[in-house]
Design a protein around this ligand. Structure first.
Ligand code: NI
Length: 197
């Protein structure tokens, strides 16, 4: 997921290619239209060195983008893994599940896989997410507002769901049209915003 402040920072930097080469693997952020974004990720059953390396690489890709959250599916890896950092703290959650949600909150949501488009949308305000950390322990987080939004957005990715899939057919047509228009513009052009509420 991206937020406007993160996107603004990127425009101050020299434009760079959105890929990071490490350990001879190059991960690129997959964007809308890539079928991997529609696939449902497989649960993690084994936490090994390879998985830890994957999460390190995900952080590198996320920070470079820059974004505040990244799901493994966004770099073409079909595993239930996401990383995030919204308070200068790197966090990894494996096999996440949203077990409770309540309230309503509107937020101008961005996605690294839908660059240049922010969508103001309504989702639950508070959630309880359950998953596993890199030590293999079950973890539970209560989250509110931005953090709750981030969890919902990343869990959606692991289920093959993009922001476009949370729209009515009319809204989706408008959103895709805006996205396509923005695609033809320079990377550092101002993003488009769409209000669904
Ligand atoms: Ni996203």
């Amino acid at each position: 997921m991206t937020m406007m402040t993160a996107a603004k920072r990127s425009s101050d930097q020299t434009p760079t290619c959105q890929s990071v080469a490490l350990h001879s693997v190059t991960y690129e952020i997959r964007t809308f239209g890539d079928p991997v974004l529609k696939a449902i990720a497989e649960p993690v059953t084994n936490i090994d060195e390879k998985l830890v390396r994957l999460t390190d690489e995900m952080f590198d890709v996320m920070y470079k983008a820059p974004g505040i959250g990244l799901a493994a599916t966004q770099i073409g890896v079909q595993r239930q893994v996401f990383v995030y950092d919204i308070e200068e703290e790197r966090k990894v959650i494996l096999n996440p599940q949203i077990v409770e949600s309540s309230g309503e909150w509107v937020y101008d949501e961005g996605c690294l896989s839908i660059p240049g488009l922010y969508v103001e949308m309504l989702r639950p305000k508070r959630i309880l997410v359950r998953g596993i950390n890199l030590d293999g322990n079950q973890v539970e987080f209560e989250a509110d507002e931005l953090l709750a939004r981030l969890f919902q957005h990343e869990v959606d990715h692991l289920n093959g769901v993009l922001m476009f899939d949370r729209m009515t057919p009319d809204q989706r047509r408008e959103a895709v049209t805006l996205y396509r228009a923005r695609e033809g513009q320079p990377k550092d052009a101002e993003p488009y915003h769409l209000k669904l509420v």
